[in-house]
Design a protein around this ligand. Structure first.
Ligand SMILES: [Cu+2]
Length: 430
């Protein structure tokens, strides 16, 4: 991507920019959920969760409203994706599925061993003619329920998703993330000490897509024309750019509670020695080549397993473009290093306000200061609006399959977000 092309989405940062490490509270009486950044976990002391398969609507940045099926829980009704469940490795997990949908549905837990459904081994179901009806025992249509139990497997990230009429129900939104933490080490990705990350700097990127024609057909109870199916929306955590930048629980996205803005400070051996972690999951049907600018990422886990040899050799690797395959999960560590130590006084680089103040937005306002110095803002003409708060950096991060970086074909949307790097001393407003 050329640098100028990141400008327009960043103009839309203002919502995210007012949300810092400390959560703000939405003060209207009707909704008292805290806005925040980073991973939002559902946890339970008994590791018991209740999910309700139900329908609802999500909004897209171009003003569309999409009929979806996904999971609600006791705290929130319908949400996309399903609640992120966080559990501890080696301990029992119970997931009770209630089904409000007009057809049977189920949950499979890929990567978990010895899953039981209502106390029996979870296994494929067949009709009287011998045709497969579900990958595991389902909850019957219209208020059926089923209880799945298993012992949480090796530390890492897993999908949970429908095992019934999978092409259709997965497209409709029946998926979520399961984070398995190492026992006693909640701030490590896996059992290895070198997978430690900064507490609170943990992010889930659940990648998926929507073909709105499929959803319209299901809503109208009409046949789906799969031969003509084409995804038009591409999402991180159920949101498309620029909604990805909004905080968790943004009240204007009531059914899409999870943001995707990474917000970190530069690596510093003394004050900020540990990386952040991002957990990528692909709940879609094609590869998503996800590609953060500005920094490689270190892949430490794939599909819930640490990358190490039989004798514990470190097999993690640096990667610029993560090709996350359908059904796959990839956990990475990432930090941002000021390797060139740019400084306006001691190590300057030539920068200047561009002759064309804004090449995408017509008018006299712009956001771009052209300052190359983290924590230092260039002065800009007095008539310009500048959304950069304290000389922080923003790096775009997006699917490099560029049709996936669109909202129904309109560029600079879709599967895209930004990483925000604050100055080492922080941002006064944060
Ligand atoms: Cu790019």
């Amino acid at each position: 991507m050329k640098r100028l092309t990141i400008r327009r989405p960043l103009a839309l940062l203002s919502a995210a920019a007012v949300i810092g490490a400390s959560a703000l509270v939405w003060s209207q009486a009707a909704a008292s959920v805290a806005m925040s950044e980073g991973l939002l976990c559902d946890t339970d002391s008994n590791q018991t969760f209740s999910l309700t398969a139900e329908d609802g609507y999500v909004s897209t940045p171009d003003g569309n409203s999409i009929y979806m099926w996904s999971y609600g829980n006791s705290k929130r009704s319908f949400q996309l994706p399903g609640a992120t469940l966080c559990v501890e490795s080696g301990k029992p997990v119970t997931v009770v599925l209630h089904n409000k949908l007009p057809e049977a549905t189920s949950i499979v837990f890929p990567g978990q061993k010895s899953v039981k459904a209502n106390g029996n081994p979870a296994q494929p179901q067949f009709d009287s003619g011998g045709s497969l009806t579900s990958l595991v025992q389902p909850a019957a249509a219209n208020d059926g329920s089923v209880t799945y139990t298993f012992t949480a497997g090796s530390p890492g990230t897993y999908l949970y998703e429908t095992g019934t009429d999978v092409d259709k129900q997965l497209q409709m939104g029946l998926y979520g993330a399961l984070v398995v933490r190492p026992a006693g080490h909640p701030n490590q990705v896996n059992d290895r000490a070198d997978s430690a990350f900064t507490a609170g700097k943990e992010y889930v990127y659940l990648l998926s897509e929507i073909d709105p024609d499929v959803h319209l057909a299901v809503e109208r109870n009409q046949p789906v024309n799969w031969a003509a199916s084409t995804a038009r929306y591409f999402m991180i955590n159920g949101r498309s750019m620029p909604d990805t930048l909004a905080p968790n629980n943004a009240p204007w996205l009531p059914s899409q509670p999870y943001g995707a803005l990474v917000h970190i400070k530069p690596y510093d051996a003394a004050t900020n020695p540990l990386p952040a972690t991002i957990r990528y999951l692909n709940a879609g049907s094609v590869n998503y080549p996800f590609h953060p600018h500005g920094s490689d990422e270190r892949v430490v886990n794939r599909d819930g397993h640490s990358l190490q040899g039989p004798a514990g050799q470190d097999l993690s690797y640096q990667k610029y473009d993560l090709d996350v395959g359908p059904g796959q999960t990839v956990d990475v560590l990432m930090d941002w290093r000021d390797t060139e130590h740019w400084n306006a006084t001691t190590n300057p680089i030539p920068t200047q306000i561009p002759a064309i103040t804004d090449q995408l937005l017509v008018g006299s306002d712009t956001w771009f200061s052209e300052s190359g110095y983290l924590g230092t803002k260039n002065s800009v003409p007095a008539n310009l609006t500048q959304n950069n708060e304290c000389g922080e950096y923003y790096h775009i991060a997006h699917s490099h399959a560029l049709e996936q970086a669109t909202n129904y074909g309109a560029a600079f949307g879709g599967m895209m977000t930004v990483f925000r790097i604050d100055p080492p001393a922080g941002c006064a407003s944060q």
